[in-house]
Design a protein around this ligand. Sequence first.
Ligand code: NAP
Length: 521
Amino acid sequence: MKLTGNLLIGAHEIPATEGTLKALNPATNQFIEPDFALGGVAQVDQAAILADEAFDAYSHTSLAERSAFLERIADNLDAASTALAARASLETGLPEAQLQGEAAKAATQFRQFADVVRKGRFLQLAIDPAQPERQPRPRMDHRLQKIAIGPVAIFGASNFPISYSVAGGDTASALAAGATVVLKAHNAHPGASEIQARAIRQAVQDSGLPEGVFSMVRGSGNAIGEALVDHPLIKAVTFTGSEQGGMALYRRAQLRPEPIPVFTEMTSVNPTFILPLALAERGASIGDGFAERMLVNVGQACLKPAILIAIEGPGFTALRAAMIKRVTEAAARPMLTPGIHAAYVSGLDHLQNVGATQVAAGLAAHGDLDGQSALLEVDGQRFLSETALAHEVFGPAALLVKVRDEAEMLAVARTLRGQLSAAMHLEAGDLGLAQRLLPVLERRTGRIVVNAFAHPQEVSFATIHGGPFPASSDSRFTSVGMTSIERFLRPVSYQGFPDALLPEALRESNPLGVPRSVDGQ
Ligand code: NAP
């Protein structure tokens, strides 16, 4: 596929208005062709107006039409997957085979959401029929369904250039809800973004939908990112990235004349607790498994297990030795961007400045942007006295926290900020401690895993990829999984409506056959 580098606003091809950028190949630290257009406030405005104009028609598409549209996107992604994985690999330094898997996952997510839409349960239909005889006051007929929140702005993430980017779960769930989308492409992978945007745009055209259902803009965060969040026609925002960036956008949205929800997914160290009997029986294999997961995606994963907490005792030496071995043997691999590489290097320095000791280093870096793996260690007392030790360092590094006893393990758990996930490795005899740890972890995490690691993750109905701040800005929602659609829905109650005026899903004969609650049953 020939890349034009244009902004794709509705059906329009918009050339640069604010200069251009080239993608950087992090493996070679060389720029690659072609030039990609950067836009500004006027392009955000154009895309938001089109999204608003398209909203009424798109949000009222039938469930069958909308699910067919989502399946068309999936088919187009499949058709583009080879070119997409090749380009994404050049722009991220991640292996092409892994990115083929990501492209397949993205297409699968669209198919999963097509199924969610077809079944219609996300509408959460509820009917409280009229009770004209009720005393002391008759009750009118009330019927509720969820509708799309409005046009939404989505910030593509840098670290999974397909499944969390243009054609990622945010876009799939927003389109499934009936929202129209203005997407800010991440500047780290502009070519991969264009391929995905064209796959979506083609499906819009082939489905006969209004052009404003989907647009992709590109530019600096300060220029177009802020303009998107400020735009009065945008009614919700999703973001995956740094805590600093996410919170800047969140605060900005609350200062608008009309505040809007901002769903950010920001930072998590995914603490992993090794309980004493599991440590004694399986210390080496847990240590090896942890380090293996920590290195996935060069440690640039939101679910990277970054902190391991274990009580010094039988099995600890084997656990530590296995972690050191895996880290020492790890090749240095290119990180996504110069900024992320620099933040990794300074983050490692910072951990050491605040009391951690580096106990293993991976194989030496060859390329300028290669991330050399690292294992650091600290004792429980120091960890408890220095909050900076619990902050994420995005990259192939982890911190081993050696605690004295169960009480210190629980104290460490209580100091943690909000997390996407936590894991406990345990044997049957560890259940007592696990039961004491569980409520501490429930208050701090969106997902708790036993005898496994949080990464990789299923995309399913019971998936939660969110958690208390700073893992996300709203712990009531998930950014991955089928219920992520709820971020883009709001309830509307229709009271005393004649049947012919009701939305189809709420009519008396239930023509869509979607399950409905009646009087709460
Ligand atoms: P980022 O700097 O937060 O940027 C993400 C996106 O938001 C970019 O499109 C960026 O635009 C935009 N943006 C950031 N700050 C903004 C602001 N104040 N106003 C408007 N737009 C803004 O994230 P990143 O580039 O992906 O990586 C940087 C760091 O983020 C990493 O080192 C890591 O710590 C963290 N990160 C975490 C996760 C996770 O899942 N936990 C994932 C990815 C990254 P510009 O490109 O123009 O700045």
